[in-house]
Design a protein. Structure first.
Lengths: 329, 273
């Protein structure tokens, strides 16, 4: 199957400062990819370049086999959904959603019917005549999504669209978005600095740091087998060590007294309990160690401030080969 | 503690009434006085109410053969000043609000400098240049010179408008398939209406009030309403002065009202679903 979008060695500088340093990746039709990385690593710039809002200094962006590197944003079939909903405040929900269809000269009857269908899909029918200031944050993002999806773009770019919402709304909305994207069979590229969000939304996951895509693969592979300490620190839930990575589920114990003496244990790392929390109905402890912090489930009763030893039986060596996302050069 | 918790209901009512009365006295009473005065032939202090009402003042105004011409010239000039201000100030303000570039500070200072230098000084200096270009004693020359006191304010107003608008909505429109012209008419223009309204009113009023600049550059050939109106100040007929003042006040309101209706009609057509 041919690639829908292919980016080759994209570079971008701002006042001499490199922001993108040779980013390459490709996506096939219907794929849902996520790029995760810390703030300031170049994720948003990459999306803006793909959408045509920023020019690139070198490299090539191919959409459906044709270069769109120099194409204006309005001529690309790529829609970017921003962090803020950016609804037009002087237009109603229906008018906002029909906005792009009107620019594409879709006949009036057709555009209203398509917009109403989409409004129904995002569960906003009672608010079709409301104005943006009358909507909640979650509703605004739904309208923004509907406005993008109704255009049936070749590629939908989502720039941390849920970051301004509260945790529970964010969680429910990302489930809905995932479902709608699959239903509509729209190829999407989502960027976030939230690890959980990245893993949940992706078919394919890439880790970005300092202007480079440092690892690409399926969410399971990337999370379980980070290709470097850098990648492990950004995405991996586990212990990024020099000799390799210990996935969280391989941490066999938090030992408060360092009692366990087992030959099979390759790793014993001292740490300190910093907090108690509940995740997926299990008691977990956040343990700080010299490489950062990690959340570890445990049935033991531990106190914040208590010294412990993290133990694991497996260390996976960092491996750059064999787990590439697609035909990355 | 909130203000309405401190002040009881009855007392609050009295304060509101007093405030309203003060506003009436400051803004509405002078207007009513001028309207009545334009119809009163002999109404002077300490007479509280006019003894006689009539159309003498208005007859003097409308019998002036230059009135219609000066009204047309004033309107023509005002409209052109507003349009030129919009054409120049909008892109300039957009660039100043949305882009950072080398020398931005110098350009800003240059664009705002006419406010700091007395207009009459600039006009005296410009007169020679305008004579050389054959623009003195002509409407086009007066139009150019009216940009001096108006443009700095226009750029300021539009810049604030563009800063409020921001880049986000325009970029959103672009990725939804909107070209530059459509983006302007469907997003920028409707959201800049409050700034455009302020610009139109202010530049029209400033242009309307230019006596010295119009007299120096227009050389008495270009007769605007102030050129016709100010000499009447030396007359003792206060009804005529009041009538002219009303005409003077109504012109910008009329212009802005018509312009607003036209603007809204354009925006409604463009933004129809």
């Amino acid at each position: 199957m041919n690639d829908l979008i292919q980016c080759n060695q994209l570079t971008k500088n701002y006042s001499g400062e490199p922001i993108l340093k040779g980013v390459s990746f490709s996506l096939k039709k219907g794929e849902h990819a996520t790029i995760v990385g810390p703030s300031g690593c170049g994720k948003s710039t990459l999306l803006r370049c793909l959408a045509g809002l920023e020019s690139i200094d070198s490299g090539d962006i191919m959409l459906n086999g044709k270069s769109v590197t120099k194409t204006k944003p309005e001529k690309r079939s790529i829609v970017l959904m921003f962090q803020d909903s950016l609804l037009f405040p002087h237009l109603s929900v229906l008018e906002n959603i029909t906005y792009g269809l009107k620019r594409k000269k879709v006949p009036k009857k057709e555009r209203i019917s398509e917009a109403l269908d989409m409004i129904q899909k995002v569960k906003l029918s009672p608010w079709k005549d409301a104005y943006p200031h009358e909507l909640s944050g979650g509703q605004k993002q739904r309208v923004s999504l509907a406005r993008a999806l109704v255009l049936k773009p070749d590629l939908l770019l989502l720039d941390e669209p849920f970051s301004s919402l509260d945790a529970s709304l964010r969680e429910s909305l990302r489930g809905e978005v995932k479902e709608i994207l699959r239903e509509e069979n729209i190829t999407s590229l989502f960027i976030t600095h939230d690890r959980d969000e990245a893993i949940e939304l992706a078919d394919m996951l890439a880790v970005m740091n300092e202007g480079r895509l440092i690892q690409q693969g399926t969410p399971y592979d990337v999370v379980t087998y980070p290709s470097s300490t850098e990648s492990a620190r950004i995405i991996g839930e586990g212990l990024p060590l020099e000799k390799g990575f210990v996935p969280q589920h391989h941490i066999t114990a938090i030992d408060p007294h360092n009692r366990v003496q087992n030959d099979q244990e390759l790793v014993s790392i001292p740490g300190k309990v910093t907090a108690l929390t509940v995740k997926n109905n299990s008691v977990c402890y956040r343990v700080s160690w010299e490489g950062g912090t990690i959340l570890v489930p445990s049935e033991d009763k531990l106190e914040p401030g208590q010294d412990v030893v993290l133990k694991a039986a497996h260390v996976y060596p960092y491996d750059r080969n064999g787990r590439e996302w697609s035909n990355t050069p | 503690m909130r203000l309405n918790e401190i002040i009881s209901g009855k007392r609050r009512k009295v304060i509101v009434l007093i405030t309203l009365f003060v506003f009436m006295m400051l803004f509405i009473l002078p207007l009513i006085t001028i309207v009545v005065k334009s119809f009163a032939s002999d109404w002077k202090w300490p007479i509280l109410f006019p003894r006689e009402l009539g159309l003498d003042g208005w007859e003097v105004i409308f019998s002036d053969p230059a009135l219609v011409d000066s009204l047309i010239t004033t309107l023509k000039l005002g409209i052109m000043v507003v349009l030129l201000n919009l054409i120049i100030a909008m892109p300039a303000a957009r660039a100043l609000a949305m882009y950072s570039f080398k020398g931005k500070f110098l350009i800003e200072a240059f664009l705002l400098s006419p406010i700091l230098i007395p207009g009459i000084l600039l006009a005296m200096g410009l007169q020679y240049t305008l004579i050389q270009f054959g623009l003195a004693d002509r409407l086009s020359g007066v139009l150019l010179v009216h940009l001096i006191p108006t443009l700095p304010y226009s750029i300021r107003i539009m810049r604030a408008g563009y800063e409020r608008l921001g880049k986000g909505l325009i970029e959103q429109a672009a990725v939804l398939g909107s070209g530059a012209v459509a983006r302007f008419f469907t997003v920028s223009l409707p959201l800049l209406i409050p700034s455009i309204r302020s610009l139109m009113l202010l530049t029209f009023v400033i242009s309307l009030g230019q006596y010295a600049l119009t007299a120096i550059i227009g050389g008495g050939v270009v007769t605007t309403l102030p050129l016709l109106y100010y000499p009447y100040f030396s007359s003792s007929n206060e009804a005529v002065i009041a009538g002219f003042s009303l005409l003077f006040a109504l012109l910008p309101l009329l212009f802005v009202g018509v312009a607003e209706i036209a603007l809204r009609a354009v925006i409604r057509v463009v933004n129809r679903i």
